[in-house]
Ligand binder design. Structure first.
Ligand code: BJW
Ligand code: ZN
Length: 279
């Protein structure tokens, strides 16, 4: 069996040989930034059932039957999101981009951490918490971390029953600059379509790349999980980094068992060593 160093070395060799490269990432990449994954032991779905909190009709029902828990759900998400900053895994990817060895980061994450780390080309398949969408006219607007911190603070005030939640919605959530309509985070819940342009771009990047890194995803949520499958079908080598096997592991050419915060800096170091040897 290959050692971790041997696997990393093989992955770095492939990365240098097989350009252009792209990334497909999931919640595990941000786990070492303090954001729990969805399906792990400490995951979001362990505390909040996806049947209720993972889709819009469920959230509407939670508003009616469990308004305080719903407020807690939003508070928990905002809390971890606002506390988080990029970890060594995010930073290593940005550095690989600067070296010309990494292309776009196609992510399912909504936490903005790839961009904050310095990766300039991020395709957000499940949207972003930093962008809100008008329920009336569909216009989008960027919100700041300060806006989100203010919303979190308002939600944490005592007495967030139905009436209070509705008032917070009316008075304190972002309003559309065009039509003054109510807005919601521009993130994709179950049963909703992915942003078409972003999905199409992800498909064409998957068809173009010759190597794809699959990072920290269970690989079971579709259509996002079809992106590495498309890459594989069109000839890319797949390198997966994850402490556990998942829905895409069988297809991976190289599976490196470990966390992204640990393995990606090793991959970067190895790529730098090869680049130096070459020059
Ligand atoms: C580490 C680590 C470390 C830990 N380092 N690694 C039946 C079959 C097939 C499909 C369907 C079906 N029934 C319904 C569907 C469609 C559905 C779907 O795929 N469901 C499956 C789950 C069954 N998909 C949809 O509904 C999508 N839309 C759609 O299909 O539209 C068409 C349509 C239109 C109209 C009607 C019907 C269909 C939309 C999907 C939206 C996903 N949204 C979420 C939540 C967003 C935010 C929120 O609301 O809070 O996005 S769900 C959640 O899962 C989130 C993630 O982006 C997504 C993927 O999860 P991810 O990132 O893989 O996280 P985990 O927790 O699953 O895995 C973490 C991994 O990290 C693990 O592997 C760990 O080992 C690893 N890890 N620490 C590296 N340090
Ligand atoms: Zn509007």
């Amino acid at each position: 069996m290959e050692t971790l160093q041997e696997l990393v070395s093989r992955a770095a060799t492939e990365l240098i040989r097989r350009q252009p490269a792209a990334v497909f990432s999931g919640a595990g990449v941000s786990e070492e930034s303090g954001i729990p994954t969805f399906r792990g032991d400490e995951g979001l779905w362990k505390r909040y059932s996806p049947a209720l909190y993972g889709n819009i009709p469920g959230l509407a029902l939670a508003y009616l039957i469990r308004p305080r828990k719903l407020a807690g759900f939003f508070q928990d998400i905002l809390d971890t999101f606002l506390e988080a900053s990029p970890n060594p895994g995010h930073l290593a990817l940005a550095e690989l981009y600067k070296m010309g060895l990494m292309g776009p980061v196609i992510t399912q994450n909504i936490d903005d951490l790839h961009r904050l780390a310095g990766s300039p080309d991020v395709i957000e398949l499940h949207g972003s918490l930093m962008r809100w969408r008008c329920l009336k006219c569909g216009s989008r607007k960027d919100v700041s971390r300060e806006d989100l911190a203010r919303i979190k603070e308002i939600l944490s005030r005592p007495g967030t029953g139905r009436v209070a939640l509705a008032r917070i919605g009316r008075r304190h959530l972002p309003r559309c600059s065009k039509c003054k309509g109510s807005m919601r985070p521009d993130v994709v819940a179950f049963g909703e379509s992915l942003p078409g342009q972003d999905y199409n771009r992800a498909v064409s990047e998957a068809q173009r790349c010759r190597l794809m890194l699959i990072l920290g995803t269970s690989g079971i949520v579709y259509p996002a999980a079809s992106i590495p499958i498309i890459a594989k079908r069109t000839g890319a080598v797949l390198v997966e980094i994850n402490p556990e096997k998942g829905g895409l592991t069988e297809m991976a050419d190289i599976f490196i068992q470990g966390t992204c915060g640990k393995v990606l800096p090793l991959l970067l170091a190895e790529a730098k060593r090869f680049a130096k040897e070459d020059s």
